[in-house]
Design a binder for this molecule. Structure first.
Ligand SMILES: C[S@@+](CC[C@H](N)C(=O)[O-])C[C@H]1O[C@@H](n2cnc3c(N)ncnc32)[C@H](O)[C@@H]1O
Length: 342
C-alpha cells in the first residue's frame, strides 16, 4: 500500500495520482487525478495550477491516496466526489442513480426547441417561461433532466417519476439544492402506469407543490384525497395529463453487459442501465403510456440507446403521433427521438 509518510506538494501528489491511474488503465486518468485532488482540497483548478509547490497536509494526502486507490480499483470518480456537472448545474450523485451523461443534454435541447416552436405556431410571444406547463420526467434518476427543465422553464411544474425510491431521494435533494423543489413532485411509479391509480383520488388537485415528499403510488391508491393539497390553478381535467413527457429510460441490453466499462457494469445501478435482454424493451410501454397521458399537441422526447432506433421508430408510426424527429448526438449516433401527440 502506498501510504503517505511525509508532507508532499500539490505537484508531487498529482503526478503520483496520474501515474497510478494510468497504470491501472483508468480512462481520462489525468482528469480523474485532478478532480479527486480538487475534491479533497476543496479548491478549484485555477488554484491548483497556481500553487504547485503548496504543501498538502498529511491528512489530506492520505485521503487523496485512498481515493486514488479506489478509483484505480474501478469506482467512478463521481461516486468518490459525490457530484457531476450537467447542463451547467452541479448534481449530487450516489450509487443509487445513473451518473448524468453529456449526451442527455440533447433531450433538454430538443424539448425546449419543440416547446418554443409550438409557442411560435400558436402565435405566442417569446421568450417562453413555460407558465402552467406540466412536464413528466419518467425515470428521473438524479433528477437531472427534470431539474434542468425546471430551471429553463420557471413557470412549469415538473413530475419526476422513478421506480426506485432511493433514486427519488437523490432527485429530491438535487431539486432542493437548485431551488426548484416548490415546482417539483416526486412519484414512485413503474413508468407512468401507477399514476392511473392516483387519478381518481386526485382529480382536479395536485399534491401540494410545497411538499417535496415522494408520493408512493401505494399511498395514492389507499390515501386520503385531503392529503393531496390545493386545487391546481390552471384547472385542467386531470392532474396527470402532461404537456411534455421526457425520458432517458434504461436502454442497455443485458446481452451487451460484458462490453460495458467496469465502472458502469460494476458500480451503476442495474435498474438504471438495462432495459431487457436486447435493451429497447421498455420503449413500447413508455410510448403507449405517453400517448395516454399527453395532452393533444403534447410533446414526447426520448433518449435512445446507440442501436435502439430501428426498434423504436415503428412505435411512433401510429396515427397517435405526428412531427417525428431524430436528433444525432455529437458522435453522430441517433440519440433523441421526439414526436407530438396528434
Ligand atoms: C438511464 S437512467 C436515467 C436517469 C436520469 N434521467 C438521467 O438521464 O441521468 C433510467 C432511470 O429509470 C429508472 N427506471 C428503470 N425502470 C423503470 C420503470 N419501469 N419505471 C420508472 N423508472 C424506471 C431507473 O431507476 C433510473 O433512474
Amino acid at each position: 500500500m502506498n501510504r503517505v509518510s511525509e508532507a508532499k506538494s500539490v505537484r508531487t501528489l498529482i503526478k503520483s495520482g496520474i501515474a497510478q491511474l494510468r497504470d491501472a488503465q483508468v480512462p481520462s486518468y489525468t482528469l480523474a487525478a485532478e478532480l479527486l485532488l480538487l475534491h479533497v482540497l476543496g479548491r478549484d483548478r485555477t488554484w491548483m495550477y497556481s500553487h504547485p509547490e503548496e504543501e498538502i497536509s498529511l491528512v489530506n494526502a492520505e485521503h487523496y491516496s485512498a481515493l486514488i486507490r479506489r478509483r484505480a480499483a474501478g469506482e467512478p470518480t463521481q461516486h468518490l466526489t459525490g457530484k457531476q456537472e450537467f447542463w451547467g448545474l452541479e448534481f449530487e450523485v450516489t450509487p443509487d442513480v445513473l451518473i448524468p451523461r453529456p449526451e442527455t443534454e440533447h433531450v433538454i435541447e430538443v424539448a425546449l426547441e419543440r416547446l418554443a416552436a409550438r409557442e411560435i405556431r400558436a402565435g405566442r410571444r417569446q421568450p417562453f417561461s413555460g407558465e402552467g406547463l406540466r412536464i413528466a420526467d419518467v425515470g428521473t434518476g438524479s433528477g437531472c433532466i427534470a431539474i434542468a427543465l425546471a430551471k429553463a422553464l420557471p413557470g412549469a411544474i415538473l413530475f419526476a417519476l422513478d421506480i426506485s425510491g432511493a433514486a427519488l431521494e437523490v432527485a429530491r435533494r438535487n431539486a432542493e439544492r437548485h431551488g426548484v423543489s416548490d415546482r417539483m413532485l416526486f412519484f414512485q411509479s413503474d413508468l407512468l402506469e401507477d399514476l392511473v391509480v392516483a387519478t381518481p383520488f386526485a382529480a382536479n388537485v395536485l399534491p401540494h407543490p410545497s411538499t417535496t415528499a415522494i408520493v408512493p403510488c401505494e399511498l395514492l391508491r389507499n390515501g386520503d384525497p385531503q392529503s393531496f393539497g390545493v386545487p391546481h390553478p390552471t384547472g385542467r381535467d386531470s392532474p396527470f395529463r402532461f404537456d411534455v413527457v421526457v425520458s432517458n429510460p434504461p436502454y442497455v441490453g443485458r446481452r451487451e453487459a460484458a462490453t460495458l466499462m467496469r465502472e458502469v457494469r460494476e458500480h451503476e445501478p442495474e435498474i438504471a442501465l438495462y432495459g431487457g435482454e436486447a435493451g429497447y424493451e421498455l420503449y413500447a410501454d413508455l410510448i403507449a403510456q405517453s400517448a395516454k397521458y399527453l395532452l393533444p399537441r403534447g410533446i414526447l422526447v426520448l433518449e435512445l440507446g446507440h442501436d435502439s432506433l430501428p426498434a423504436v421508430k415503428p412505435l411512433l408510426d401510429a396515427p397517435a403521433w405526428t412531427g417525428v424527429s431524430v436528433t444525432n448526438d455529437l458522435a453522430g449516433i441517433p440519440r433523441v427521438f421526439a414526436a407530438e401527440r396528434s
